[in-house]
Ligand binder design. Structure first.
Ligand code: SLL
Length: 146
């Protein structure tokens, strides 16, 4: 495949999770929290121009451990009782560009933020950058288009 010599494109991304307590522990499965893990572009842009899909791999205690999200918002909402590492794999529109993986440790208990309403939520997110070095011509165009 043809690549863009000496070109580098940087895409800033943000990933993380939010979590809130369930009103009471669910007796059937001991779940105590509702959470959402997410990935998004840092800029306000249409990520479908360059992202094909995002795969979230959850802890093996979850049924359907592998969740594939084909359209934004790229996120998974679940309930649970424990913290664990989520594997976030980003696939690009040009499959000649290898998927990249980010790891996010899902937080349920800290850091706790109190909203003006009195509601307490956990919110943690991280900034990162995907660096495309000498992307394929197709990928380069897709990155420019977003
Ligand atoms: C550990 N950190 O390493 C723990 C694992 C697993 C969390 C936490 C729900 C499971 C289910 C859930 O909260 N799993 O009922 O589906 O051992």
């Amino acid at each position: 495949v043809e690549r863009m010599k000496k070109k580098t494109v940087v895409k800033p991304i943000v990933y993380g999770n939010t979590a809130t307590r369930l009103e009471q522990k669910r007796e059937s499965d001991q779940h105590t929290h509702k959470w959402t893990v997410f990935l998004r572009p840092y800029m306000l842009e249409d990520p479908t121009k360059w992202i094909r899909k995002v795969q979230f791999k959850l802890h093996e205690s979850y049924a359907n451990q592998t969740r594939i999200i084909e359209e934004p918002p790229y996120e998974v909402t679940e309930t649970g009782w424990g913290e664990f590492e989520v594997q976030i794999r980003i696939y690009f529109v040009d499959s000649n560009e290898k998927p990249i993986v980010a790891f996010h440790y899902l937080r349920l208990f800290q850091p706790l933020i109190e909203l003006p309403s009195g509601e307490q939520i956990v919110c943690t997110e991280f900034y990162d950058e995907i660096i495309f070095q000498e992307p394929t011509v197709q990928m380069y165009r897709a990155l420019q288009a977003s």
